[in-house]
Design a binder for this molecule. Structure first.
Ligand code: 15L
Length: 290
């Protein structure tokens, strides 16, 4: 662990060098706050005025996580595979890693934990059914989605059993900008993602929550009610990109056929099969995850 400053409030980000972590880091930096960045890769060094500590560790390492969470106000748990992977990899990193993060939070004195869940926890819900509601029953579309469901269950367990404040955010598509027509509904802008995290941090006592993480998109399918109850006020709308994306895809997609007929879109494709995952895992360096 490298230490640089002694501010008032510590916010830990696991998986800080990943896609969402890299977008959040500059947006969560502020005076009076220390960002403790946990990752197996070395995060970029601190920017001007940014109070940062780095911890090079694996989320499955309980002792390292417990040390990293000491004195923290909030842990934003993003670490893990972000796409479909072999079952054993999802189990080890996404499921066991999340259990270790929650257990470490308990041992470290109980910072609140935000769990980055995903729309793929409920990906097989037909889109035609409309908004599946805040607490849509799990219908995972992949091993990855099962890992998110397990993480939500663990978050609930650690709240009910130990009183830890745990907030699960079913993230749509957190990208710098929407890149296809599906994201006209599912986009969570980086600024809105940071707004949602700030709402969780600022809330006096969130308890257990399960909310959608999505911008206020004109075409969104999901409720913002739960997130708004936390204090989230989204300001972005993917509609600003609609003309360009619709033109690129030759018009509005057919919502009654694959991949647009299910919440999880392309993740519901049976072509995400085991052989391809084995090949990808074989090409990946050990413990190199995104
Ligand atoms: C996710 O959960 C993935 O991590 C991300 O890579 C995107 O595919 C996103 O969902 C999505 O559904 O767009």
């Amino acid at each position: 662990m490298t230490r640089t400053a002694d501010p008032l409030q510590t916010v830990v980000i696991t998986g800080a060098t990943g896609g969402v972590g890299s977008l959040l880091r500059p947006r969560l930096a502020r005076p009076g706050r220390l960002l403790r960045l946990v990752d197996i890769a070395e995060p970029p060094s601190a920017a001007e005025g940014e109070a940062v500590e780095t911890v090079r560790a694996d989320v499955t390492d309980l002792d390292a996580m417990t040390a990293a969470f000491r004195g923290a106000h909030t842990v934003i748990h993003l670490a893990g595979f972000s796409l479909e992977e072999r079952w054993e990899d999802i189990l080890e990193v996404n499921v066991h890693g999340t259990r270790q993060v929650l257990e470490a939070a308990r041992r470290a004195g109980g910072p609140r934990v935000v769990f980055a869940s995903s729309n793929h926890a409920v990906g097989f819900h037909p889109r035609g059914d409309g908004d599946p509601g805040e607490y849509a029953f799990p219908r995972p579309d992949t091993h990855y989605g099962v890992g998110k469901v397990a993480g939500e269950a663990l978050a609930r367990l650690y709240h009910d059993r130990y009183g830890l404040d745990t907030v699960c955010v079913r993230i749509g598509s957190c990208q710098p900008r929407p890149t296809d027509t599906r994201m006209l509904a599912t986009w969570l802008s980086p600024d809105d993602c940071a707004r949602l995290m700030e709402a969780v941090i600022a809330h006096p006592a969130p308890g257990f929550r399960l909310v959608w993480g999505v911008s206020d998109n004109t075409r969104r399918w999901w409720s913002l009610e739960g997130a708004r109850e936390l204090g989230y006020e989204p300001r972005d709308d993917a509609e600003a990109h609609a003309a360009e994306l619709l033109a690129a895809e030759g018009g509005a997609p057919d919502p009654t056929g694959p991949p647009h007929d299910r919440v999880g879109g392309p993740f519901c494709d049976p072509a995400l099969d085991t052989d391809r995952l084995e090949e990808r895992a074989a090409r990946r360096a050990p413990r190199n995850r995104g």
